[in-house]
Design a protein around this ligand. Structure first.
Ligand SMILES: CC(C)(C)c1nc(N2CCN(c3ncccn3)CC2)c2cc(C(N)=O)c(N)nc2n1
Length: 327
């Protein structure tokens, strides 16, 4: 009898993790929410009756685990670096010139990524299992927010194959969820969040994971480090590998063969930015080839092989201003 229950729990767990992947990573749900909830209710009931069968990768943790009274500190395996900034085309040409001079290469291949305006986090996986997640903090030490991160359905609890590594990415709140959350807060007479980044950070700093679970946060992976057992030769290859493992990467990324192509991409997305369902504050440009990355190395706290092009701040008409204008 017990083995049948254990088997049913495992069956439900694997199925719900797969349904999560289809819905929140591929954005292609294969069952209705009602059907998903039915399976989730059954799993939570069985785990309630048999807590000895609860596992770290159970999708029941997506609805929020135990309330914490404090976040413990986590020292990142490798420091989470900062990014130098570029504000115009000349800065990008400067960056490209330094990369070519520093590497002695005539032509450099770059990867351009939308710069998601959320909260940088680091996730540790051991043998394919999500074991710990932390905020960036000061780059060296962050806060353990594992339970909150387990409520983000775009973060896999178990990978498609066993891998031990540290993954970097941006947790964010989609624009629609941000508007809805502020409407709810307004109705309750609570203080509004100023922007989706603050809303995401505020949600992940909650000690009660059930609150984070209600905030509809998502996650884009953008980096990989301390991978055990194999070497990755380019950033593009790292992102393709992370895709294959079950992570959500940003599909708008583009490999560019020259800084002119990078500039075209930057101009394109400065225009297309409002179409996105999440906020971006620029474009991150990275040298693709890992050998060249290693050749260029780091300054005190940021890579010489990457830069963040910052979009000019959008004129933000705050709610308050609206109210004043309407008076
Ligand atoms: C791994 C490197 C260092 C190249 C890197 N670092 C990033 N960031 C560093 C600075 N960060 C930071 N955050 C707070 C305070 C200071 N720096 C925030 C993340 C990246 C952020 C994004 C993004 N947002 O979409 C991205 N697609 N790629 C990144 N790549």
């Amino acid at each position: 009898m017990l083995t049948e229950i254990a088997q049913r729990i495992e069956e439900l767990r694997d199925m719900l993790n797969k349904l999560n992947y289809e819905y929140h990573v591929l954005d292609k749900p294969s069952v209705s929410d009602a059907e998903y909830d039915k399976y989730m209710q059954e799993l939570m009931r069985l785990e309630e009756e048999h807590p000895e069968f609860l596992t770290d990768d159970s999708p029941s943790l997506r609805v929020g685990g135990q309330v914490l009274d404090v976040f413990t500190k986590v020292t990142h395996t490798s420091p989470m670096l900062s990014l130098g900034n570029a504000f115009n085309e000349a800065d990008l040409h400067d960056f490209d010139r330094k990369v070519r001079q520093g590497s002695g290469r005539e032509h450099i291949r770059y990867v351009c990524e939308l710069k998601i305006d959320g909260l940088a986090v680091s996730l540790r996986y051991e043998n394919g299992l999500f074991v710990q997640g932390a905020t960036r903090g000061d780059g060296v030490t962050g806060e353990d927010i594992t339970q909150n991160l387990k409520t983000i359905k775009a973060i896999p609890l178990r990978l498609k194959e066993s891998a031990t590594m540290e993954v970097r990415g941006e947790a964010y709140m989609p624009k629609r969820s941000f508007v809805k959350l502020n409407e709810e807060k307004e109705e309750k007479g609570e203080v509004l969040f100023a922007n989706p980044r603050n809303a995401a950070a505020g949600s992940l700093r909650q000690l009660d994971p059930k609150i984070a679970a209600q905030r509809n946060l998502s996650f884009f992976v953008y980096g990989l480090t301390n991978l055990e057992g194999q070497t990755i030769s380019s950033h593009s290859e790292a992102l393709d590998y992370l895709d294959a493992l079950g992570f959500k990467t940003n599909t708008h990324r583009r490999v560019c063969g020259s800084i002119e192509e990078v500039i075209a991409y930057v101009e394109e997305w400065q225009i297309k930015r409002p179409e996105l369902d999440y906020e971006i504050d620029g474009i991150v440009i990275k040298v693709d080839d890992v050998t060249i990355q290693q050749q260029l190395g780091l300054t005190a706290k940021s890579p010489r092989w990457a830069i963040a092009y910052k979009f000019p701040a959008e004129e933000v008409v705050t709610k308050l201003l609206d109210i004043e204008l309407n008076v």
